[in-house]
Write a protein that binds this ligand. Structure first.
Ligand code: UN1
Length: 498
């Protein structure tokens, strides 16, 4: 069972554990049982101000610590994350519900990210290039930007914060981190491990509380130079508007309505395994979840029968139980929102083949469980085909051929992840050419990106930035172009051409 140090229930500001100035607290609830796991500070604007002031002051020293030295602290944190992996995974399962295999994966993703980005401490490459003048050197290098505000969701309580916090720190920025309202304990534990690894006071501050109060205060503060946010498209776009007014950089990872294409020549054993995992892993609460299955007519019936049989057999329960395959959804509000979409789908003429209701048998009644749900007869343009449901619900849509399938796949406002199942290399390559998403898989479901490749999406999924990969460094650094003229005379670029 997880043990959480008492101080972990407080904010961490300027190297000290503190309560919210108001003294108010809020609970963190286990969605499988309804039990309160702990209470955390309900921070407000004044707490944000204190944390931002600390981060601003710490920046002047931190930016001068050589990047390889900053990386050494991150390596130490990675070692500690490995040591505490099981404990953190158990806490995460209790705090947001997904099964232990998945929460172990979430912690592992943070470990992978930390090792990967710490390696950049000895690279962080810029480049040198010839000048157009004789006796003149030209090169460019990355410099940190300042204070970064990190605002993250509950579905990946450690992996997603790591995608943002680790590269931000490696680049020499300081951070104010607000973990999701539903997963504050994991967020605080992650920050605690980083701080215990040796970050100087003020370099990484953590504040728990709601997005409306503390999140907004971070977004609006003039001393926060960058906002890095993962969450809904609605909130992300509103944030972008605010940041635009303040001339602030903002990196957004928002919704998805990911689809998998299954061609007539697909390996159906593989497609079934992959699609069940993509649609119902994390109870469908991933922005990479597969919520549309676009199938060619020849395999539609066989594929549908297999998916329905598997969805029916999935064991729901507390994620700590090793027999559980699907945990609860994160909250009552999420459960209601998912069920609302199922009603919308029915009204639009989609047919529920399996699921379609909350699961309340026995111990499930204590938590927020939703039966894995498959809609048939879904056609392009229906709301359940267009909007992100963020729950264990997926659609079956029929397509005539590859072009038709790709057109349907691309016909949504999002562009995060996509996949195609086929044994025909020409079809696979054409799909890679024509699918307009940030991530494309061949013969694999839509989920499971790796940390050293860029993660993010096109259209309303993001605003052009990527997390993961070395591309993450672009979000958290400015480029500085340096010219050193050692000719000893005035040489004018563009003008003095001999
Ligand atoms: C998300 O759902 O926001 O690729 C992130 C994946 C995970 C991360 C998902 N590694 O599915």
């Amino acid at each position: 069972m997880a043990t959480v140090a008492p101080q972990a229930y407080r904010n961490y500001v300027n190297g000290a554990w503190v309560d919210a100035r108001s003294g108010e607290t809020m609970p963190s609830i286990n969605p499988a049982t309804g039990e309160t796991l702990g209470r955390v500070p309900k921070s407000g604007a004044e707490d944000a101000q204190a944390a931002i002031a600390a981060a601003r002051a710490a920046f002047e020293k931190w930016r001068k610590v050589p990047a390889p030295r900053r990386a050494e602290i991150l390596y130490r944190a990675a070692v500690e994350l490995v040591r505490q992996k099981e404990d953190l995974a158990r806490l995460m399962t209790q705090e947001m519900g997904k099964v232990l295999a998945e929460t172990r994966g979430d912690v592992q993703e943070a470990i992978d990210m930390t090792y990967f980005i710490a390696g950049e401490g000895r690279r962080l490459h810029g480049y040198t290039t010839p000048s157009e003048m004789p006796h003149k050197a030209a090169y460019c290098l990355r410099v940190p930007v300042g204070v970064v505000g990190v605002i993250t969701p509950w579905n990946f309580p450690m992996a997603i914060p790591s995608w943002k916090i680790i590269p931000a720190l490696l680049c020499g920025n300081t951070v104010v981190f607000k973990p999701a309202t539903d997963t504050p304990l994991v967020g605080v534990r992650f920050a605690q491990i980083l701080n215990d690894a040796g970050l100087p006071p003020g370099v990484l501050n953590v504040l728990t509380g709601s997005g409306g109060k503390v999140g907004n205060a971070i977004v609006e503060h003039p001393d926060v130079a960058i906002i890095s946010f993962t969450g809904s498209t609605e909130i992300g776009l509103a944030m972008a508007e605010k940041c635009a007014r303040l001339g602030k950089r903002v990196s957004l990872e928002m919704g998805g309505k990911n689809a998998a294409i299954v061609m007539d020549d697909a390996d159906l054993d593989l497609a079934t395994d992959a699609l069940i995992w993509s649609a119902f892993g994390t109870s469908g609460q991933r922005c990479t979840a597969c919520s549309r299955i676009i199938t060619q007519r020849g395999v539609r019936k066989e594929l549908t029968d297999r998916l329905v049989a598997r969805a029916k057999s999935l064991r729901l329960g507390d994620g700590l139980d090793p027999k559980t395959e699907v945990g609860p959804v994160v909250s009552q509000a999420q459960l209601e929102s998912i069920h609302g979409y199922v009603d919308v789908g029915k009204k639009e003429g989609a047919r529920v083949l399996v699921g379609g209701a909350p699961a309340r048998e026995g111990a499930l009644a204590r938590g927020y469980f939703y039966a894995p749900t498959i809609f048939d007869n879904v056609t392009p343009g229906m709301r359940v085909e267009q909007e992100e449901i963020f729950g264990p619900v997926t659609d079956i849509i029929e397509a005539k051929d590859l072009d038709d399938a790709v057109r349907i796949l691309n016909g949504v406002q999002y562009g995060l992840s996509a996949s195609i199942f086929t044994r025909d290399v020409n079809k696979a390559m054409r799909a890679i050419d024509d699918i307009f998403t940030g991530i494309v898989y061949v013969n694999h479901g839509t989920i499971g990106a790796e940390v050293h490749l860029p993660f993010g999406g096109t259209k309303n999924t993001g605003n052009g930035h990527r997390e993961g990969g070395i591309q993450a460094l672009d979000v958290f650094s400015e480029w500085k172009a340096v010219y050193i003229d050692y000719s000893g005379r005035l040489q004018r670029a563009q003008i003095d051409k001999e």
